[in-house]
Design a protein around this ligand. Structure first.
Ligand SMILES: *Cc1c(COP(=O)(O)O)cnc(C)c1O
Length: 258
């Protein structure tokens, strides 16, 4: 089987599972944004995925995001100049999502490349974003607050009880706009155990999200809930996610880069 068929099949099967999970939660698959996380992807695979019409790409390391974004931009540029080289479904633009932990000294590098930053987890990071953005852009930087729902020591993220206060503080910054929450499920001993552990965490995060939304602590554009990865994105959709971040289920596992 040619490699691009495999990627296409995996992509379509992820989409189909999202559609089914969305239907189970009374929504449609088109309500859910699938962010394809390029962590283990080759640039060739990213090209193939864009050729299939995919728009939302994510990366967890700032340096690689910069590289991938430049490579993708080159491809899109060529498609715009020579439309005959472009597949019919290829979008004119993609949207990059920074999904991993971000160090303050990397903000400057990526802030103009990303459409949504999923991992704001401290006031200091938000302040750095504000400072960089104020100096060089008109539009605010759109961010999610990463919540450490399960209170895991080794994970980044804000404690659920501190989330609202952090959002209120960030809302005073002109150049940072909080669009919602992001969380990660704890690891499990095996895939089934992990899915079982994920459900209460996602449910708790959805409750927190609803709570903040209904109490109107922030703007009416607080409407993004990013949760779910390859092992549990369908569980996350059932629990109310409207953005999922999927890497290996689309791109496969590359032993050489793990
Ligand atoms: C790597 C990563 C993902 C995707 O993980 P997979 O299990 O490969 O789907 C999603 N979110 C974050 C924050 C990641 O670092």
């Amino acid at each position: 089987m040619p490699a691009d068929d495999t990627l296409k099949e995996r992509y379509e099967s992820v989409r189909a599972r999202i559609d089914e999970a969305a239907a189970r939660s009374g929504r449609s698959g088109s309500d859910i944004i699938l962010v394809a996380v390029t962590k283990y992807a080759s640039i060739d695979q990213i090209r193939q995925l864009i050729g299939l019409g995919h728009v939302d790409l994510g990366e967890s390391r700032a340096q690689i995001l910069v590289q991938h974004a430049a490579q993708v931009e080159e491809l899109l540029e060529r498609g715009r100049e020579l439309p005959s080289t472009r597949s019919k479904s290829q979008p004119k633009q993609v949207r990059w999502h920074m999904v991993g932990h971000l160090q303050r000294n990397k903000v400057r590098k990526i802030v103009d490349l990303v459409r949504l930053l999923h991992s704001v987890d401290s006031l200091r990071l938000a302040e750095e974003i504000q400072q960089v953005a104020a100096a060089r852009r008109d539009e605010p930087v759109e961010v999610l607050i990463q919540v450490n729902v399960a209170g895991e020591r080794q994970k980044h993220g804000v404690a659920p009880a501190a989330t609202r206060h952090l959002i209120e503080q960030i809302d005073t910054m002109f150049n940072v706009r909080v669009r919602g929450l992001m969380c990660m499920a704890p690891e499990g001993e095996d895939p089934e155990a992990a899915r079982a552990k994920a459900r209460p965490v996602f449910t708790r995060c959805h409750e927190l999200f609803d709570d903040i939304q209904t109490k109107g602590v922030t703007s009416d554009r607080f409407n993004i809930l990013s949760m779910g990865m390859s092992g549990d994105y369908d569980v996350a959709v059932e629990c109310g996610a409207n953005v999922v971040r999927v890497g290996t289920a689309i791109f496969g596992v590359r032993e050489d880069v793990r």
